[in-house]
Ligand binder design. Structure first.
Ligand SMILES: [Zn+2]
Ligand SMILES: [Zn+2]
Length: 242
């Protein structure tokens, strides 16, 4: 059972880093931290996201663009522009690469307070690093997979961070329930979110993007918020002063 256990741990570690570092810290500046702590989390993202490492700087620009233009043609990853899940993932990747390579220039307000570490990303982001991670994942599966179906998890392992982001971008604007009537289609994906540990409350998040806690109703549980609170209590980060 090495592969299923690895997959579950990888899933949650990967999603927590994306929800905390890329989304709530980088994109929304809900919390602040020292440059040393920031570099530590850059490193964690590289070790956990591996071949699917995403720049929090570019993620932040795209996510802020999404909040401003949700569901409109300018939205860089809307299922209403591209309904097919896999084509949306490809479209998002292409838009990401254009921002990363500065083929699309972002407005100054979209770049404000985003974490940057160019020297590190020259290593973490290049195709050699990504290829090494893919070889490592394939080797792990060959060594430890004990049933054919386990190999079905391999494409998700290789694309983990991008896959998870795409599920939220696609599903979170297609299916679920709403607490708030908005001008966009953001939905809460399910009532009790143990899969995206709080980011599935996408309707709540679009209503209150400035709030660090996504849960609004008594049964909604934002696990990421509680983990961030723990990091706060450990003095790893500070709440943003408003
Ligand atoms: Zn959204
Ligand atoms: Zn957001």
């Amino acid at each position: 059972m090495v592969i299923p256990v690895f997959f579950v741990i990888h899933w949650y570690a990967s999603y927590f880093l994306q929800a905390f570092f890329h989304h709530r810290y980088a994109s929304h500046n809900h919390v602040t931290m020292s440059k040393r702590s920031e570099k530590f989390f850059f490193l964690c993202c590289f070790l956990i996201h591996g071949s699917s490492y995403m720049s929090p700087y570019v993620y932040g620009i795209m996510h802020r663009t999404h909040h401003i233009h949700a569901d409109r043609p300018e939205d860089p990853h809307s299922p209403h522009n591209e309904p097919n899940f896999f084509k949306l993932m490809l479209l998002t990747r292409n838009n990401y690469q254009k921002f990363y390579n500065s083929q699309i220039s972002a407005a100054e307000n979209l770049k404000k307070n985003l974490p940057e570490w160019d020297a590190f990303e020259n290593i973490a982001h290049n195709w050699i690093s990504r290829s090494c991670w893919i070889v490592a994942y394939i080797s792990l599966y060959i060594l430890f997979a004990t049933a054919w179906w386990m190999y079905l998890l391999l494409p998700i392992t290789i694309t983990m961070a991008a896959f998870q982001a795409n599920v939220v971008n696609w599903w979170g604007h297609k299916f679920g329930y709403i607490n708030f009537k908005l001008r966009n289609t953001a939905k809460n994906m399910f009532p009790i979110d143990v899969i995206f540990i709080g980011d599935a409350y996408h309707n709540n998040h679009h209503k209150y993007p400035g709030r660090i806690k996504n849960s609004c109703r008594w049964f909604e549980l934002d696990i990421t918020y509680h983990l961030i609170n723990l990091l706060h209590n450990l003095r790893v980060l500070r709440w943003r002063k408003s």
